[in-house]
Write a protein that binds this ligand. Structure first.
Ligand SMILES: NC(=O)c1ccc[n+]([C@@H]2O[C@H](COP(=O)([O-])OP(=O)(O)OC[C@H]3O[C@@H](n4cnc5c(N)ncnc54)[C@H](OP(=O)(O)O)[C@@H]3O)[C@@H](O)[C@H]2O)c1
Length: 269
């Protein structure tokens, strides 16, 4: 058993975080850097990526490290873009050991109105996008017999999120992909896990949950009676990526204030 101080140490590791310029991805990237990793963050908006990378790089200034974070324009729906991002991580930081699939968005509308293109678009980003990243990084991981894939699942992986059939279907598939990779690629030294966050107010859902009836009902069903903070998701990612999580494979960790554990009962108020 590793000594306590090295359990969560990511020194010498390189991570690629998709969707890493905002919300959960950015908080996870910050936590990985804080624990010693070098991180490349990517999303489609170059200016957003550059600004976030600068902020993350400042964490390295505090610890005396130089160049701990960088950004890349990345669209996970494009094979070429994904390949470029993986190559950039390796070229810039000398390797790749961790990928976090945090790129995503949602569509909330009655399912009668959901178009096949909208449905397929959600699937392409959340599921096929995660597969593209896993495959591109997987080649590097297999070569070095070491790699960690972390997917972002959702409450919607387990329960219906009303009028979000495309998102919910995709997040169910993320669990399937996580289990498939976990069992198939363990022999290459690759561990694949997921995190299922409860509701964290971010750009993805602000308009849907902040001050809305839906938001109130979510809080009512959450034993801790609040939304989470992005930072509260990041610890699970550090755990999964670090020596502390070295025997964890195919698992999805819910970080949700008790939402999924909660059944029917009196109000928590
Ligand atoms: N917030 C929650 O309550 C919650 C709960 C459960 C699960 N999740 C999941 O956690 C992940 C992160 O969500 P978040 O709340 O942090 O949302 P967010 O703040 O909106 O971040 C998601 C990021 O993904 C990027 N993105 C979208 N499509 C992309 C693409 N095709 N290629 C590359 N980047 C793309 C977006 O940036 P660009 O527009 O610049 O590309 C955006 O900054 C998502 O998978 C989401 O489903 C969130």
């Amino acid at each position: 058993m590793a000594i306590k101080t090295t359990m969560f140490d990511l020194t010498g590791k390189v991570a690629l975080v998709t969707g890493g310029a905002s919300g959960l991805g950015k908080a996870i990237a910050a936590a990985l850097v804080t624990h010693g990793a070098k991180v490349l963050i990517g999303s489609r908006t170059q200016a957003k990526v550059d600004a976030a990378a600068k902020e993350l790089d400042a964490i390295g200034d505090e610890t005396g490290e130089d160049a701990v974070a960088a950004g890349v324009a990345l669209d996970v729906t494009s094979d070429a873009s994904v390949d470029r991002a993986v190559r950039k991580a390796v070229d810039l930081f000398g390797g790749l050991h961790i990928v976090v699939n945090s790129a995503g968005y949602t569509v909330k509308k009655p399912t009668f109105d959901l178009t096949p293109d909208e449905f397929n678009g959600l699937y392409d980003t959340h599921v096929t996008g995660s597969l593209r990243i896993a495959q591109a990084a997987g080649h590097v991981f297999r070569e070095q017999h070491e790699g960690c894939i972390i997917n972002l699942a959702s409450l919607g992986s387990y329960v219906d999120l009303i009028e979000a059939a495309g998102y919910t279907s995709a997040k169910n598939a993320v669990l399937g992909l996580t289990r498939s990779l976990a069992s198939e690629w363990a022999k290459y030294g690759i561990r694949t896990n997921a995190i299922a966050p409860g509701v964290i107010v971010t750009d993805l859902n602000r308009a849907i949950v902040e001050g809305t009836d839906r938001g109130r009902r979510i809080l009512e069903h959450t034993p801790m009676a609040r939304f989470g903070q992005a930072d509260e998701i990041a610890g699970a990612a550090v755990y999964l990526a670090s020596p502390a999580g070295s025997f964890v494979n195919g698992e999805t960790i819910a970080v949700d204030g008790g939402f999924l554990a909660s059944g029917i009962g009196d109000s928590t108020a």
